[in-house]
Design a protein around this ligand. Structure first.
Ligand SMILES: [Zn+2]
Length: 599
């Protein structure tokens, strides 16, 4: 009985498939009012005969772990059939529209999107260009993420260029194909008059699309980006793309980036390219986002793909994905010789200072920082420094410890690069799935030949990191230049605006914390002396103050004056620096050279 029934089902399925064509989804993007920051979207759904069709707008975009509610910028949603007759559309959740399609085989949904937020993950449209963040632009049919889609862009006549990682459809101008909606949502589109130039590296055709102008040197940029591409490819041994697109948004002052499978969007300062420091900072961003094409876009934790576009996607492993990437972006700059040895060690020391001088490092394990990225990292407030740690900075430090431990355990034969290359082959290429944290740990232990549980456990606790047991092995040591210093500390951060000195942060465990100073308090006077327009009196008092001194502080809080008595504590902030270890052995020095060398 069971057997017959199964056969019957197969027969029915076969008949159903051959009788109807597979559903097709095509988008058309046009711009009637770009100056008012609008784009018009038409979504044609063909050969999907259902009583109703639910279409949804993603609530977030992968790589940026915050529910952004892209549906809030959607308006004028309408649907019609092939004859142009309107079909009822009902909104059934914050990001879901139900079209009463009534078994029509051709349904066109149209809507407008508003985009006026400058960032790498939100739409921006004006009379000069449009940046379309796909998760904020294209809707999907509920349950059909794995279906292909095509997109035709109709730019205003004054715009001449379209830059995107999507595959062009031959014979159809300005039309692109996505194998599924994961690809579509991972492929931002820039439309306008951007300056596009190309280079070849690691066997991949690269396009750089410069939006907004700037004082960049095209030839230097091509050469330097090619060097980064070659170095990054050497780590993984293979570059999986045929074509890769850098979309660079140049602003008066900009930064930040978002990674995609075969493209990235970067923010930069328009006139920062001729300043050496700021240029190297930009190259660091290029290295970071490019490294991600392997590490997070392909080699990834199980939670990060396939994605749920309808809610938060939780993972404790962002310290591995963002932290390792933050470690390797600087390491790539070192290997490309954009950073000399001393500047590279300085960059690492800066990470250590950032982590160790943040009170939240003693409160939040970095794995929890990853899990709570959605509500904490992406939603900082006045107390964040006291309660949270960055999975970028601390993750980078844990990556450093792992790299050093592997180098020491294998006498310089292996390092973290080898683990990532193996993990890429094991999980992305062979198993075609994400990894569990313990699986990555096992792989590292296989390469190192020694346990690394101490470092993985450190990601889940707030125990202090023993940097020197790892740094010493490669001939370096971490020194706190503030050791033995007896300096009084008030424990606040402030800003001075319009002659008012206002508290912006109160550090946990300090005199200000114990004495009840609040964020947003305006400091009027200290020890009976009125602060001047630049708040100088406070600096003068602090320069001569001793630990244990009591300060009388007059503050204005919500329109009322209060006097607070603050007892100054000891400044516990460290000034950490990685320095060569005195009397290092030849073996230690050799490992240090391998760690920091150009190859
Ligand atoms: Zn990143």
């Amino acid at each position: 009985m069971r057997r017959i029934r199964t056969n019957l089902l197969i027969l029915m399925t076969t008949v159903a498939t051959s009788a109807f064509a597979a559903p097709r989804i095509h988008f058309e993007v046009s711009f009637k009012e770009p100056q008012a920051h609008y784009a018009e979207i038409k979504m044609e759904i063909s050969d999907l005969r259902q009583d109703y069709i639910d279409v949804k707008m993603p609530v977030w975009t992968p790589g940026s772990y915050l529910v952004r509610e892209y549906a809030k910028h959607v308006e004028s949603v309408e649907a019609c059939d092939a004859d142009g007759a309107y079909l009822p559309v009902q909104k059934i959740s914050k990001n879901t529209w139900r079209i009463a399609s009534n078994k029509n085989s051709n349904v066109t949904l149209s809507y407008r999107i508003y985009g006026f937020e400058v960032s790498v993950r939100t739409n921006f449209i004006d009379d000069t260009h449009a940046f379309l963040s796909p998760a904020a632009t294209f809707m999907y049919v509920d349950g059909m993420i794995d279906h292909p889609a095509t997109v035709t862009v109709i730019p205003p006549t004054a715009w001449s260029a379209i830059s995107t990682g999507l595959e062009p459809v031959s014979g159809k101008p300005n039309t692109f194909h996505a194998a599924d909606f994961d690809i579509l949502f991972d492929s931002p589109i820039e439309v306008g008059n951007q300056d596009v130039f190309t280079f070849e590296a690691a066997g991949v055709h690269h396009e750089i699309a410069m939006v907004g102008g700037g004082n960049y040197d095209k030839e230097r940029l091509k050469t330097d980006c090619a060097t980064i591409v070659e170095e990054a490819t050497r780590i993984f041994g293979v570059n999986p793309n045929k074509r890769y697109v850098f979309i660079v948004h140049n602003y008066q002052s900009g930064g930040g980036g978002l990674e995609h499978l075969n493209s990235t969007v970067l923010g930069a300062s328009r006139n920062g390219y001729q300043n050496e420091r700021s240029y190297v900072g930009f190259l660091g961003l290029v290295a970071h986002e490019y490294f991600h094409l392997w590490h997070v876009k392909r080699l990834r934790p199980i939670a990060l793909g396939p994605f749920n576009y309808d809610a938060e996607n939780y993972t404790t492993s962002l310290w591995i994905m963002e932290g390792f990437t933050a470690y390797f972006d600087n390491l790539l700059l070192r290997r490309c010789d954009f950073l000399n040895e001393s500047n590279y060690l300085q960059a690492l020391s800066t990470d250590i200072n950032t982590v160790e001088n943040r009170a939240g490092n003693k409160v939040q394990p970095v794995a929890l920082a990853s899990f709570d990225a959605w509500i904490k990292y992406y939603r900082p407030d006045e107390n964040s420094a006291n309660t949270s740690v960055s999975y970028y900075n601390k993750g980078a430090l844990l990556a450093m410890l792992l790299d050093l431990k592997i180098l020491a355990a294998t006498q310089g034969q292996k390092r973290l690069d080898d683990v990532l290359k193996m993990a890429y082959n094991e999980f992305y290429v062979k198993k075609q799935r994400g990894f569990e944290e313990h699986e990555l740990q096992s792989l590292i232990e296989q390469v190192a030949g020694v346990p690394v549980a101490d470092i993985f456990q450190a990601a889940h606790t707030v125990e202090p990191l023993d940097y020197n047991s790892y740094l010493n092995a490669v001939g370096y040591e971490l020194v706190n230049l503030n050791d033995g210093r007896e300096q009084a500390d008030l424990g606040i951060t402030m800003s001075t605006n319009d002659g008012r000195t206002v508290v912006t942060g109160v550090n946990r465990g300090t005199g200000a914390w114990d004495g009840g100073i609040n964020v947003r308090d305006e400091i009027i006077a200290i020890n009976g002396e009125r602060l001047d327009a630049n708040g100088r009196e406070l600096n003068r008092v602090m320069q001569t103050a001793s630990i244990g001194d009591e300060l009388r502080m007059l503050v204005a809080r919500d329109g009322k004056i209060r006097e607070l008595k603050i007892t100054l504590g000891k400044d516990t902030k460290g000034a950490f620096s990685i320095l060569p270890l005195q009397n290092a052995s030849a073996a230690q020095e050799k490992l240090g050279k391998i760690w920091l060398s150009l190859d």
